[in-house]
Design a protein around this ligand. Structure first.
Ligand SMILES: [Zn+2]
Length: 280
């Protein structure tokens, strides 16, 4: 069995920690079916999963990153790192969730690949009947209705989703940070007005030299017996953030130094950062 790594390095060493994660809706959630960003229903045709509610990974990731950044800021680490105003490209959240250097606040000559990878979250039960109704879409700028029709779908309270969240090259610290951020996920979706509360739990983990499982594999059947995440004996999130922040500084300094000579400077006007994530 693979072990958590002892230190943080630039290059991947082929260890994968997978958290098998369950999101349970505590309230009904409303889905706008004509917006691809939202939670959707999806029909899996080639197996017995059938029609399911799904939450795209980028939605979950956006939210998890946001909660991790709030926690980090609360500890006084990288208070100026923001998803909208620009990433700092050196803090624990940038190192874990990634960022594009030339459009970051720091304008650095390197990119950070995300170390947190995920799957689509899939509802554990088939969607038997879809409760939908059509409403006039409201143009958010003018607040005028009647511009377009949209279909609203309700994902009922108690709906449960299973998803696998994978951390590449996990250390005790990074594993603790990702675990803490996942457990802080209490609302998902684009708009907290339209989304009910949810409860997020980690059902277990796998630690291996490869990715062992996927949401797709787990959604259709009862979860297998899993190692409890308490077995990992992780530090508290506070301890983990403080110690990981120092490791990130050191790694980024090395990385930036090594890249400086060969880095091609390309200045772009775009202020966008972390483009693969949508605002949660
Ligand atoms: Zn940052």
């Amino acid at each position: 069995m693979a072990l958590l790594l002892n230190d943080l390095r630039v290059l991947s060493r082929g260890t994968y920690l997978q958290y098998i994660t369950r999101i349970r809706l505590l309230d009904d959630a409303i889905i706008r079916s004509n917006e691809p960003e939202e939670v959707l229903t999806y029909t899996y045709k080639n197996n017995d999963l059938g029609n399911r509610f799904i939450i795209p990974w980028r939605k979950v990731k956006g939210k998890v990153r946001r909660t991790a950044m709030e926690k980090m800021r609360g500890l006084g680490i990288a208070p100026d790192c923001h998803l909208k105003e620009g990433l700092c490209m050196r803090c624990p959240c940038c190192v874990l969730f990634g960022g594009t250097g030339d459009v970051s606040a720091a304008k650095v000559g390197y990119n950070l690949l995300s170390r947190v990878l995920g799957d689509t979250f899939i509802s554990t039960e088939c969607v038997a009947t879809i409760n939908s109704y059509t409403a006039n879409a409201v143009d958010e700028k003018s607040l005028m209705t009647g511009q377009a029709l949209m279909t609203l779908v309700k994902a009922p309270a108690e709906t449960e989703f299973v998803g696998v969240v994978t951390l590449r090259d996990p250390t005790k610290e990074s594993a603790a940070i990702v675990r803490d951020a996942l457990l802080r996920l209490t609302r998902v979706g684009a708009s907290t007005r339209e989304w009910g509360r949810c409860q997020t739990t980690i059902e277990g983990y796998s630690l291996s030299d490869q990715e062992e499982t996927s949401s797709y594999e787990l959604a259709g059947k009862p979860l297998p017996s899993l190692n409890a995440d308490s077995d990992l004996q992780l530090p508290t999130a506070d301890e983990a953030f403080k110690s990981f922040a120092k490791q990130c500084e050191t790694m980024v300094q090395e990385f930036a130094g090594a890249k400086k000579s060969g880095a091609k400077k390309e200045v772009k006007d775009r202020k966008k950062t972390a483009p693969e994530e949508s605002e949660g």
